[in-house]
Each structure stands twice: as structure tokens, then as C-alpha cells.
Design a protein around this ligand. Sequence first.
Ligand SMILES: [Zn+2]
Length: 260
Amino acid sequence: MLSVTPIPALNDNYIWHLEKDGEHWVVDPGEAEPVIKTLGEAPLSGILITHHHYDHTGGIKTLHKHYECPVFGPESIKGVTNPIADGDTFLLLGLPTEVRGIPGHTLDHLAIILKEESASGSRQPHLFCGDTLFAAGCGRIFEGTPKQMLNSLQMLTKLPKHTLVYCAHEYTLSNLRFAHTVEPGNTAVSERLAHTQTLRQSGEPTLPSSISEELATNPFLRCQFPEVAQSGAHHLGRETPEELSEVEIFSSLRDWKDHF
Ligand SMILES: [Zn+2]
């Protein structure tokens, strides 16, 4: 059985720690020390990287030296030993794994999807999406265009609804406050906000999320819903969302959140 647990790092990053049958991998180690401390005597079998930002890659050098393990990630990143790209498939921890290119936050951004098969034969997908899809939010658009980012997010939402979503930051509470402002009439958002406040008050992580939870509460995935479209239009100084495309609504929300 695969276990996935967050290792808190830097300010609000999570380094995801994957363990199965005594084999250990980590995703996006922004720093090395918390990983070494968590693993204790256990060896690290490999590292996965979603994109080039320092808070996801800062630990590569030390961990690679310490464990002599492979580093899977975008080819251009220093320290990557096994370049991976959109469309690649391989076995990771004995599980079928798929790579998808999801440009927008950065142009090199990858999603990594592991498919775990349960004893009953049902498949549980696990999505590692770095800084592209967040719980109730999405990453800032640093290198791509709003259209690229929206396409990448929409591609992720086509994964099975029960896919578990492992984001690289604990941003859920502030994202939900924004979501509630955009869509005050969405009771799924209000309920998730209340539950998230309780979790954060006791210092608990709010992740993983799921695709179905995101479809219900993430305003960036809900631009076609009337209340979200209306709020997006208002932010642009328009009376109504008529004549605005989905990507214009999306872009308006992203700009609004950047200054929220
Ligand atoms: Zn980033």
C-alpha cells in the first residue's frame, strides 16, 4: 500500500513523501534537512521534481549527494539525472506512472500521476501538481499565458473525480477566503472554509484534496458558473459577463487574486 505524507518545509511548502514496501521517494524537496530528518536511517530511492522554482528544487544537490539517488524532472533543471516530459510513462514504486506537461505557472511545469491498484481492482490515482492546481486556487502565471494555465487546469480536471490532489503549498485557507468572496452563494465553499479553519487552528494539513472537491469549490475551475463569471466581470469593471470569454473571466480572477 502506498502512503503519502507531507513534510513541511520552508514557509508553507509541502515536500510529499511517498513510501511503499520500504521504498521512499520525495516530490519537490525545496530543502534537504527535513527530508533527511524524516527518513532517519531509511534510504531515499529517488526524487521527483515538478518545476524549476527554488522552493521545489533547493534540496536536490544535498539529497542526491547524501543518498546517490536519481532525480526525475524537467530536463533543463540542474541536478536532474532522469529527464521526464509530457507523455512519458514508467513504473514508480511498482505503480504505473504518467507525466503530463502543464505549462502556465512555469513553462517547464509537469504533473506526475501515480495509479495505485487496490486489492479489489479499483484504481486510486495520486496527482502531484506542484504549483499549478492548489486547493481552491491555482498558481500565479509567471511564464505562460492565462490560456495555457486554464488549459492545464482543465486537463487535470478530466482525471477521475476521486483522484487525490497533492499541492506543493498550504494555501487552502487564503484561497477559500478568496473563493468565498468570488462565489458567496456556493455552500460547498462556505462549508470547506469552516472545515479548513478548524484544521488550521489545530495545525493540521488541509491536503490532499480531490478533483471532485476542486470542481465544487475552486473558482478557477468554475469560470462558466454564473456567479463566478459575474464576479470576474465586475472585477474588470463590466456590468455583466456577456461578451467575455472563459479565459478572460479566468484571467480576471487570477489578477484579482494576485492583489487580494
Ligand atoms: Zn513555483
